[in-house]
Design a binder for this molecule. Structure first.
Ligand code: CA
Length: 417
C-alpha cells in the first residue's frame, strides 16, 4: 500500500495525518454549522450531513450524518461500514467525477471545532500492557510478585465511567479525593498531589451483542468500528488508598480524554501485527485466528504553562499482551451485553525501555527519579497549567495513518468543602 491520491491536494503528502488512505470519522461544528458528522481529508473536513442532503451518499433510508455522533452509522453494521469507505474513496479520489459538487462541502479544519465523535455507551478500561503491569507491580509489590498470578491468563479490566469521557482539548480539573500518606494514621480530603496520565488506545465497539451470548475473538474483531488515542487520567494518591479490594474508583472516574477522529479498522489493516509469544497457552476462547494488534507509533508530550512543548516518551501499540479483540471476547464471555458506542481502553502502553514508559508514575519511578524539563523545572507528576498531549500514527510507505492529538490542560482543583 502506498499513498492514495486525492483531488484534495493537502491530503497528498507524506506528513499529513489524513491522506485518502485514512478517512477518519469525527463530529465538528463551525460558526454557521451545527455539530454534525465529518470526515477528515488533508487539512479539510468533508461535511457528511451536507453530502447526504445533496444526495451524493446514501447509507440508509433515514439520514445518519446530520447528528453529532457516529452511533447510527455503527449500528448499520460492517457491510455498511465497507460501503461507506468505498464510497468516500471514490468521491475523494483523484479521478472522482463529482469534484465540483463536493468541493463546496469541504470545511477548513482550522475553522472547525471538534466534538466527541460518538455517544459513549459504556467505558471499560483494561490493564493489558505487560511492561506497564510489571513496572507498577514492581513498585508496589516488589519484582518477584510484579505480575499478579491471573495476569498472563485474563485480560484484566474494570468498568469505568462513560459520563466523564471527553474529547481532546477539554480542560481537566484536578480531582479532589481521600488521601492517606503511608505514615499517616487517618485519611484527609483534598486536591490530588500525584496526578498522572496513562497512554492508551481506545477501541470503539460498533455492533451490539445479546445479553447471554459470548463472541469469538474473530467475531469480536469484526465488531470493532475503529480506534482512538485515549488518556486515562489517573490520581495515583487517591488510587493507592482506595483500590483494595475492588480496584480503581474515584482515582479514574473524574476524566478520560480521547482523540477526536475515529480511525477505522480498514485504514489500519496494513498495520496489523501479532500479540507476543505466550508464556502459557491462552484458553481457547481467547486465542486469535490472526494478527489483531496494530503497529502504531505513540508519543507523550508535555507543555508547562507558557513554556515549550517537549516529548516525554515514545512507544508503540504493538507492545500489548492482549488485543482489543481479545479484550472484547473476554468482556462478552460471561454473557455481558456489549453495545455500539462502547469504549474499551487498552491499558497503559509501555515498552521495555525507560524512554518508552506510558505514564509519569513509571517515568519518574513513583517520584523517586523526577524528570528534568528543558526549562530546568522537574516533574514527578502533573502540575497545574501543564498541557499533556498524546499523539500517534501508523507509518506506511510514503504516507501515515494519523490519529491527530489527544490533549488536555490541567486546571487547579476546586476548593471543597
Ligand atoms: Ca488505565
Amino acid at each position: 500500500m502506498t499513498l492514495l491520491q486525492s483531488w484534495v491536494t493537502s491530503a497528498n503528502t507524506a506528513e499529513t495525518d489524513f491522506p485518502l488512505n485514512n478517512l477518519p470519522y469525527g463530529v465538528f461544528s463551525t460558526a454557521s454549522l451545527e455539530a454534525r458528522c465529518g470526515v477528515a481529508i488533508g487539512d479539510q473536513i468533508l461535511d457528511m450531513a451536507a453530502l447526504e442532503e445533496a444526495g451524493l451518499i446514501t447509507l440508509s433510508d433515514e439520514p445518519v450524518f446530520d447528528v453529532p455522533y457516529w452511533n447510527d452509522v455503527m449500528e448499520l453494521g460492517p457491510d455498511a461500514w465497507e460501503t461507506l469507505r468505498a464510497s468516500l474513496i471514490a468521491l475523494l479520489g483523484a479521478d472522482a467525477p463529482d469534484q465540483d459538487q463536493i468541493a463546496p462541502l469541504l470545511v477548513p479544519m482550522a475553522d472547525a471545532e471538534l466534538h466527541m465523535p460518538m455517544v459513549v455507551s459504556e467505558y471499560t478500561d483494561f490493564y493489558a500492557g505487560r511492561h506497564h503491569a510489571t513496572n507498577v507491580g514492581t513498585m508496589f509489590r516488589g519484582a518477584e510478585n510484579a505480575l499478579p498470578p491471573n495476569w498472563l491468563h485474563i485480560p484484566i479490566g474494570y468498568n469505568g465511567r462513560a459520563s466523564t469521557v471527553v474529547v481532546s482539548g477539554t480542560d481537566i480539573i484536578r480531582p479532589n479525593g481521600q488521601l492517606k500518606a503511608p505514615d499517616a494514621t487517618v485519611p484527609s480530603f483534598g486536591p490530588c498531589k500525584r496526578l498522572d496520565i496513562e497512554l492508551e488506545m481506545g477501541a470503539i465497539v460498533g455492533t451490539s451483542t445479546q445479553m447471554g451470548t459470548p463472541v469469538t475473538t474473530a467475531e469480536a474483531d469484526e465488531m470493532i468500528f475503529g480506534y482512538v488515542i485515549l488518556n486515562d487520567w489517573s490520581a495515583r494518591d487517591i488510587q493507592a488508598w482506595e483500590y483494595q479490594p475492588l480496584g480503581p474508583f474515584q482515582a479514574k472516574a473524574f476524566a478520560t480524554s480521547i482523540s477526536p477522529w475515529i480511525v477505522t479498522k480498514a485504514a489500519l489493516e496494513p498495520f496489523r501485527t501479532s500479540t507476543p509469544e505466550r508464556e502459557f497457552d491462552l484458553l481457547p476462547y481467547l486465542q486469535e485466528p490472526g494478527p489483531m494488534l496494530y503497529d502504531i507509533d505513540l508519543s507523550i508530550l508535555i507543555q508547562p504553562q507558557g513554556g515549550i512543548e517537549e516529548m516525554l516518551a515514545r512507544t508503540n501499540y504493538n507492545q500489548m499482551y492482549y488485543s482489543a479483540a481479545q479484550q472484547l471476547a473476554h468482556h462478552a464471555s460471561s454473557g455481558c451485553a456489549m453495545n455500539a458506542g462502547d469504549l474499551l481502553g487498552s491499558g497503559t502502553i509501555s515498552g521495555a525501555e525507560k524512554s518508552e514508559r506510558g505514564s509519569l508514575l513509571e517515568l519518574s519511578w513513583g517520584g523517586k527519579e523526577p524528570i528534568t524539563l528543558q526549562d530546568g523545572s522537574t516533574r514527578s507528576f502533573i502540575e497545574d497549567g501543564d498541557t499533556m498531549t498524546l499523539t500517534g500514527h501508523a507509518q506506511g510507505d510514503g504516507y501515515r495513518i494519523g490519529f491527530g492529538q489527544c490533549t488536555g490542560k490541567i486546571l487547579p482543583a476546586i476548593a471543597f468543602p
